[in-house]
Design a protein around this ligand. Structure first.
Ligand SMILES: Cc1cc2nc3c(=O)[nH]c(=O)nc-3n(C[C@H](O)[C@H](O)[C@H](O)COP(=O)(O)OP(=O)(O)OC[C@H]3O[C@@H](n4cnc5c(N)ncnc54)[C@H](O)[C@@H]3O)c2cc1C
Length: 444
């Protein structure tokens, strides 16, 4: 046997699975590339929607209340499934498990250069580039001071770059209007300004936050851009200024500190659109954790053709056209959903590596027409996004008769059904907790 455990996928779910299994076992992660984790905005959603499905948006809620609502109302959500292991006070025991796993993980990430901040009690409200905002639970440390809930009555300034001009009067006014409408915050003043980096001799693509952030990884360039921002802000009136997410990628910790040392809490980054420097920061930090925990990272696309109820080997196809067979005692499937090809619709909807059946709630959806699960109201829940694998309480995928398909296969993250990260706002939280638990289960 090559490994005790092989994890397929290295997003947040696969990494949590691998580092937990690696505490006692010999583990490899195989991946064909980066997925949704590397595209994520810098926000780490645990839960932020209170109330039953179909109820209007309630917005900023107590995090523990939002978790409680999921356990009470969302029968198929992975949080509810994992809470079934507790016989006493399900809510308290599940929340405490989530906090323990989360705190440990955030500490590890911080030691790998990316600090997430937030609390297990209250969510935060962080703006994005669209002139709207996101209610989320944790965010990268360079974003924390931009919690709009705490900036009530202050003057806020949005700073962009001339060519992108993402901050303009319309967006500033729109943000102001919706925040006031929902009673989240009203500001003394919202203004915007766009810097022309080229006029300051910086040759860059101002359209592209990733390349700007990569440029900031170089300490000399970071210092130059920081000085331009300082000089520009000195001439402006503001209590808090928001910058695009450009504070470095692989050298994020140092760049964010440089800004914090100079501006304190007066400047923060807003959330990123995809492609995302904050997403790449997170993914690179995850890779560091894999290496630190002794997990072997192998590149390639996995496929499998297993006739029995136990998986013995998987096939790995490499970019150079070669392929190799890898064996393990157990496997974790953390292949993501649509954008990574974890779930596909070729002739029918199915999971891509093992051909496992997929579900929405308890219902198998093999032949479903996608439009049946989408509505034309953008504020409705689009239940197509909750499509994925159904599992038993140990996260082993089951078929339509609730029979475990492979006794040594566990699944984690967005390949699972029962939650809808767009609607529940539990994207990272679900990937983290199911990843950690799948790793523990797979290690026996
Ligand atoms: C654009 C975007 C923005 C988001 N923003 C946020 C946010 O701000 N906050 C939040 O909480 N959530 C957000 N989410 C949701 C969140 O990012 C996901 O729920 C989470 O990252 C899923 O992690 P994962 O590990 O399950 O999957 P992924 O990160 O998608 O990882 C899947 C992995 O599987 C690998 N893989 C797939 N198939 C194979 C194969 N056959 N062989 C080998 N490897 C394979 C991929 O290469 C990849 O490594 C966002 C999602 C998207 C798409």
């Amino acid at each position: 046997m090559d490994y005790d455990v092989i994890v397929i996928g290295s997003g947040i779910a696969g990494t949590l699975a691998a580092i937990n299994a690696a505490k006692t076992k010999k583990v490899a992660v195989v991946r064909k590339g980066f997925g949704a984790t590397a595209l994520s905005s810098g926000a780490f959603d645990i839960a932020s929607r209170a109330g039953k499905r179909g109820r209007p948006f309630k917005g900023f809620v107590n995090l523990t209340e939002a978790i409680g609502n999921i356990l009470e109302n969302e029968q198929y959500h992975p949080y509810s499934l994992l809470s079934m292991a507790f016989s006493g006070d399900r809510f308290n025991e599940f929340t405490s498990m989530m906090k323990t796993i989360g705190d440990q993980f955030f500490n590890e990430l911080a030691s790998a250069g990316v600090r997430y901040e937030g609390s297990w009690e209250n969510n935060v409200i962080i703006p994005n580039q669209h002139g709207t905002f996101k209610v989320t639970s944790f965010c990268q440390s360079s974003m924390t001071s931009g919690n709009l809930a705490k900036l009530m009555g202050r003057s806020v300034l949005f700073l962009g770059f001339e060519k992108t001009a993402i901050h303009n009067k319309t967006r500033a006014e729109f943000l102001s209007k919706i925040l006031t409408k929902y009673g989240f915050a009203s500001f003394k003043n919202i203004s915007y300004a766009n810097l022309n980096l080229h006029a300051h001799g910086i040759k860059c693509n101002e359209h592209d936050f990733i390349s700007l952030a990569a440029m900031m990884d170089n300490p000399e360039q970071a210092k130059k851009i920081l000085t331009i921002i300082q000089q520009s802000l000195e001439a402006m009136e503001y209590d808090h200024a928001f910058l695009p997410p450009i504070m470095g990628i692989s050298n994020y910790g140092d760049v964010a500190k440089m800004f914090a040392d100079y501006f304190g809490e007066r400047v923060s980054e807003f959330l990123s659109p995809p492609s995302s420097a904050p997403g790449l920061r997170l993914q690179y930090a995850l890779d560091k954790l894999l290496v630190r925990h002794g997990v072997k990272i192998i590149d390639g696309q996995v496929s499998s053709d297993n006739p029995s109820d136990t998986i013995k080997t998987i096939t790995l196809s490499r970019k150079d056209g070669s392929s190799v067979s890898l064996s393990a005692g157990s496997f974790v499937l953390a292949t993501g959903k649509f954008i990574t090809g974890g779930i596909v619709n070729t002739k029918a909807w199915q999971e891509a590596v093992f051909g496992l059946p997929v579900f929405i709630g308890a219902q198998p959806v093999q032949d479903a027409f996608p439009m049946n699960y989408l509505t034309d109201d953008p504020f409705d829940e689009q239940i197509l996004f909750s499509l994925g694998l159904k599992t038993d309480e140990s996260l082993r995928p089951v078929d339509a008769d609730n029979r475990v398909v492979y006794r040594n296969l566990y699944a984690a993250g967005s390949v699972l059904s029962g939650y809808n990260y767009i609607y529940d706002k539990t994207g990272m939280g679900t990937a983290m907790i199911t990843g950690a638990k799948a790793g523990i289960f797979s290690a026996g």
